[in-house]
Design a protein. Sequence first.
Length: 189
Amino acid sequence: MARNALLGIVLLASLALGGCSAGEDQAAAAEAQLARMRTRNDSLRSVRDARSTLAATTRGVDSLPGVSDGALADSLRKAREIEVMRETFAYTGSTRDPFNSLINMASAGPEIGDLEVVGIYQDLRSASNSIVVLREKVSLKRHKLRVGDQVGRARLVQIRPRDAVFTIQDFGYERQETLSLRKQEVETP
């Protein structure tokens, strides 16, 4: 609305300054055009006012009392016919139990605390021929190891005359444990 009024004023000013010689015809044409713009703006304003009045006085579509049950049933039937496709995900297992050990005990083998040294056979000429014999305390299973062999998470790194030194890897950290031969106890009669 302000833009059209401004255009009319500019038109009038240009005619007034541009030539008074052309005179009365151009001024009359400009005034006629300005009058048309004012009537158009007034009609647009009245339509806008009528719309706002209508919106304020009428109730919403949801609250109309004249809605028939047939139209409602038809809408429900159409809604049931529409199939909504959604992307679904299914996982076969559940999450990991936080109380279960991270170490698979079936494949890990015995722990260092469950082993005892039964014998050490040391070759003084060649250290690679030395053997340590270990026995599991529970199952009594025997293991014969050379330097570099692994039992469970423990790797044999050194064989001494009375003990065996193991390196154990726990979640990225390494520690050393030493298992020693038990002293032979002499039985007294």
